[in-house]
Write a protein that binds this ligand. Structure first.
Ligand code: DGL
Length: 275
């Protein structure tokens, strides 16, 4: 038996296209769930913004997603998860999860030599949140962090396999290469799109952690606990997913169509400042 809410969609948001890496994983693991995705393409990047701004943006997006009747929200952005999630949680009347806790969990489970690297945006890295969550699981783990602010614009530009991206990544990652880490968290939802480049530079001895997989696992659990998971009977193919952006829908659409397993026809343009 499912409640009526089980028919409602999951709201997923990010500053731009990065959260699509999480949405894609939710589609894979929870194929019965509908998704309403919002990418804040007008205001990306979040990683260089202040705490107050990131909280304000996140609240506006949540208000917008709630107008779509979502039953739960996934903050598919490490920066917003790190900066805004705990501020917002007390005001929420529906379940909400972020990507940092699931990412920290996998990394702590995966490391053998107890040395983990974390890369992400400046705001996320400065928050110290991965170190805190990883050390809550195991205080003997050493966490080495590095902000990679140019990665987000490179991904938003679609320069996933480009010599410029390779050069930038080589410079950022050189600091982590001699730190003897065996695990590296891709602590920004844009970064899994640079996985091949990062993997090539770090070498075979370093496992890359994409928090998206574990986030979808945690979401499944959360929906079940709240008795709002969609049943098989609710699966309906073509219009299960809705996409909204705050600017440049065409660019977002091209990008989304290059990484999602189906073709998106329409993307809604929203004036997010109205929410
Ligand atoms: N994709 C986001 C993250 O996971 C934010 C990137 C940005 O807007 O700076 O941190």
């Amino acid at each position: 038996m499912h409640t009526d809410l089980s028919l409602a969609p999951i709201g997923v948001f990010d500053s731009g296209v990065g959260g699509l890496t999480v949405a894609r994983e939710i589609m894979r693991q929870l194929p019965n769930e509908k998704i309403v995705y919002f990418g804040d393409t007008a205001r990306v990047p979040y990683g260089s913004k202040s705490k107050n701004t990131i909280i304000r943006y996140s609240k506006q997006i949540i208000r917008f997603l709630k107008t779509k009747g979502v039953k739960a929200i996934v903050v598919a952005c490490n920066t917003a998860s790190a900066i805004a999630l705990e501020e917002i949680r007390p005001e929420m009347d529906i379940p909400i999860i972020g990507v940092v806790k699931p990412g920290a969990k996998v990394a702590a489970q995966k490391t053998v030599n107890k040395r983990i690297g974390v890369i992400g945006t400046e705001a996320m890295i400065n928050s110290g949140i991965y170190t805190e969550f990883i050390n809550r699981r195991d205080k003997d783990i050493t966490v080495i962090t590095k902000a990679c602010p140019l990665f987000v614009p490179l991904v938003e530009e679609g320069w996933l396999k480009d010599s410029v991206t390779y050069e930038v990544a080589t410079r950022y990652l050189s600091e982590l290469k001699d730190k003897d880490i065996d695990t590296l968290v891709l602590g920004c939802t844009h970064y899994p799109l640079l996985r091949n480049t990062v993997g090539e530079i770090m070498g075979d001895g370093v496992s890359l952690v994409n928090p998206a997989y574990e986030t979808a696992v945690s979401l499944k659990k959360l929906l079940e606990e709240n008795n709002i998971a969609a049943g098989n009977e609710h699966r309906y193919a073509s219009n299960m997913y809705e996409f909204y952006v705050s600017d440049t829908a065409e660019k977002f659409k091209r990008f989304a169509n290059s990484i999602l397993p189906f073709h998106i026809e329409s993307i809604g343009l929203i004036n997010i400042e109205e929410y």
